[in-house]
Design a protein around this ligand. Structure first.
Ligand code: FE
Ligand code: FE
Length: 388
């Protein structure tokens, strides 16, 4: 019978405490394999300077690279919101009916285990392996029957006293966390600029202006924009900041959006008046220019153009426009296509999205902003035939 360990967590980021526990469990229980299961995090629970699901998965991959016993599973991430352990176990049980499962958990698990959803069923599906400092450590099993007690296995693993929260805080403040992180994970964090609270003032600004879901989207777009900037050779900090700010006025009442657009010197056209969804981009630009110290023309332009696109977009304009389509909390039907295109060429991705937008609006009998048509034409004409 195959012995399969399951080790779940946010892994935000995965640290040496996780690694040590997983390795100790694998060795001491003689596991054939260990499935590392990064958790899905509900959108409203993703605070700033969190890494996204892709990055968390990748960091796990990096940390356990080279030991073939470890597999990374995106099962819970794909399910989106928080998964109950019992549901995950049931899925794995169906997938691998002949495996024996060992759920690997931290040392404080026993205290709260009877509050876990369907904990009795969990015990019937898997051995619950919990870290203890010493084998002789007294664990309080008083809440369990004799049969249930047999399902607990203590693993002797001197816990590394560090939490991901502390590591994130240290990283945001430039602290040294090299003692707590796998070298490859630390390199990954540095290369991708994760966990750095680079713009605390503007982060607080968007936190004050946006609801949780929009905020999560804005953080996602800022991360996606940073990645695209690194890939296509734009200023990564500017891209991240523009992404963070792009929807700053999205939750503002329509009247407020309209008034800041007018104060900014723009008179809404008939087409714009007929589609208030495009206002927040113009309002965002005007708000940032008039009410904050953002005066960078490239950032202002990227915010202004992020919804409609425009002819003659700069590299930064394109990056923020596409980041808005491919950020990782996005899940519309074609999102993977757009992500793949964006990986190839920003222009190809923009042709795809503007084509979609124009078709969609026309199909619904809605007016199309001339900037969107101009954007489409401009990029289409400038792409050589071979590129399409
Ligand atoms: Fe927007
Ligand atoms: Fe957006």
């Amino acid at each position: 019978m195959r012995k399969t360990g399951i080790f779940g967590g946010s892994f935000n980021p995965p640290h040496l405490g996780h690694k040590k526990l997983a390795l100790t469990a694998a060795d001491s229980l003689d596991l054939d394999r260990v499935i590392i299961m990064p958790a899905g995090i509900p959108p409203h629970k993703v605070p700033v300077a969190f890494a996204g699901a892709k990055d968390r998965t990748e960091m796990c991959r990096v940390m356990f690279r080279g030991d073939s016993r470890f597999e990374i599973s995106t099962l819970e991430i794909e399910r989106g919101n928080k998964s109950y352990t019992v549901d995950t176990l049931n899925i794995l049980r169906r997938q691998f009916p002949d495996d024996e499962f060992y759920l690997i958990t931290g040392s404080d698990m026993l205290e709260t285990f009877t509050q876990w959803y369907k904990w009795e069923e969990i015990l019937s599906l898997a051995y619950v392996c919990t870290a203890v400092r010493e084998k002789s450590a007294k664990l309080d099993y008083s809440a369990f029957t004799d049969e249930q007690k047999k399902r607990f296995i203590p693993i002797e693993a001197d816990p590394i006293e560090i939490s991901s929260t502390e590591i994130r805080n240290a990283l945001a403040n430039g602290g040294d966390v090299s003692r707590y992180l796998d070298g490859g994970v630390l390199d990954y964090i540095k290369e991708n600029g994760l966990y750095a609270d680079r713009f605390p003032r503007y982060r607080r600004l968007v936190e004050s202006k946006l609801d949780a879901e929009r905020l999560n989207h804005s953080f996602g777009v800022s991360r996606a924009a940073r990645k695209l900037a690194l890939k296509y050779g734009a200023d990564a900090d500017k891209a991240e900041l523009a992404g963070l700010l792009h929807d700053v006025m999205k939750n503002a009442p329509k009247e407020e959006q309209k008034s800041v657009i007018e104060r900014g010197g723009h008179k809404l056209t008939a087409v714009e008046l007929a589609n208030s969804k495009v206002w927040h981009a113009m309002a965002g630009e005007a708000f940032l220019r008039l009410e904050t110290d953002i005066d960078d023309a490239e950032i202002l332009s990227a915010v202004r153009r992020h919804t409609t696109g425009a002819a003659g977009m700069s590299l930064l304009d394109k990056i923020v426009y596409i980041a808005d389509f491919i950020s990782e909390e996005r899940d519309y039907p074609d999102v993977e296509t757009v992500r793949a295109l964006a990986d190839e060429s920003l222009e190809k991705a923009i042709i795809y999205t503007t084509t979609y937008t124009i078709r969609d609006l026309a199909g619904k009998g809605l007016p199309i902003h001339p900037d969107t048509v101009d954007c489409y034409n401009d990029i289409l004409i400038n792409l050589t035939e071979g590129e399409l």
